[in-house]
Design a binder for this molecule. Structure first.
Ligand SMILES: [Ca+2]
Ligand SMILES: [Ca+2]
Ligand SMILES: [Ca+2]
Ligand SMILES: [Ca+2]
Length: 261
């Protein structure tokens, strides 16, 4: 028997995405993967979407959490419709100018993978270099032993206010690298790959330049063993190799890096 409250009407209705073809007898069936309730619907996902669309308007899923009506009709249009916070009221907008699409429409992609490879001067193991992107959440990863990093699901726009990201790679004792990354040219590729970069050794006090203060740290620990700040190459002792690495980069700062996709 059909469930009255599952109807699709102008004033309100439900759309259920289900995992099988078994008749749906409950709005809480475990086969329901996602759902939309609009207008007068009584089984929405979290909060119902209102108002119900008219004959000339449509509901459209947002591209990003900060995609408003204006953005979905213009700047965010090439970036798909994949935002899903499990709240119908927050995930959709009402379009006064519907733009239905199908498989012949241009590909739309919300997000991409940002990847690349970094190495550490004077070390065979390049793991543990932290790569961080902001603004955004969860856009952070450490390199593997080959220095490779891969950050998945990076949205085309960094935030409501800022289109471009800042990308920074840091490792203790090394000059960090920082770039600006704009992903807003459509269509967004599946991956954006940074050129390889070797981080220069010797910034032991973290002020992003190699100078006398860094050499003083090595001098103060010279001949010692253990987990020490002055151990530039990470071999467990502070000696001529560390001094040689740092003094070879004397006067350098991160402005001489060229790091871009
Ligand atoms: Ca679309
Ligand atoms: Ca949903
Ligand atoms: Ca320094
Ligand atoms: Ca060392």
């Amino acid at each position: 028997m059909a469930h009255n409250s599952f109807q699709l009407a102008a004033s309100g209705g439900h759309i259920f995405l289900v995992s099988n073809q078994t008749f749906l007898s409950s709005p809480d069936a475990t086969s329901i993967i996602d759902k939309l309730g609009y207008g007068t619907a009584i089984h929405p996902e979290n909060t119902v979407f209102t108002p119900a669309p008219s004959a000339s308007t449509s509901m459209e899923r947002k591209a990003f959490y900060f995609s408003g009506l204006s953005a979905m009709s213009s700047t965010h249009a090439p970036y798909g419709n994949s935002y899903d916070s499990d709240n119908n009221a927050a995930d959709f907008i009402l379009r006064s100018s519907p733009e239905p699409q199908n498989s012949t429409s241009p590909t739309e992609r919300c997000c991409t993978t940002v990847e690349g490879a970094l190495t550490l001067q004077g070390r065979a193991d390049s793991s543990g270099i932290q790569v961080l992107m902001w603004p955004g959440s969860g856009l952070r990863i450490d390199t593997d032993s080959d220095g490779h990093f891969s950050i998945p699901d990076v949205p085309a726009f960094a935030s409501a206010d800022t289109s471009a990201y800042t990308v920074e790679a840091t490792f203790p004792g090394y000059l960090s690298a920082k770039t600006s990354l704009d992903l807003t040219s459509a269509p967004l590729p599946t991956a954006v790959t940074y050129s390889a970069l070797r981080l220069l050794a010797g910034d032991l006090n973290g002020d992003n330049r190699v100078n006398i203060f860094d050499l003083a740290i090595i001098g103060g620990q010279y001949g010692s063993a253990g987990s020490l700040t002055g151990d530039v190459n990470g071999d467990g002792k502070v000696n001529i190799q560390d001094l040689s690495l740092a003094s070879g980069n004397f006067g350098q700062d991160s402005s001489q890096y060229t790091w871009s996709p």
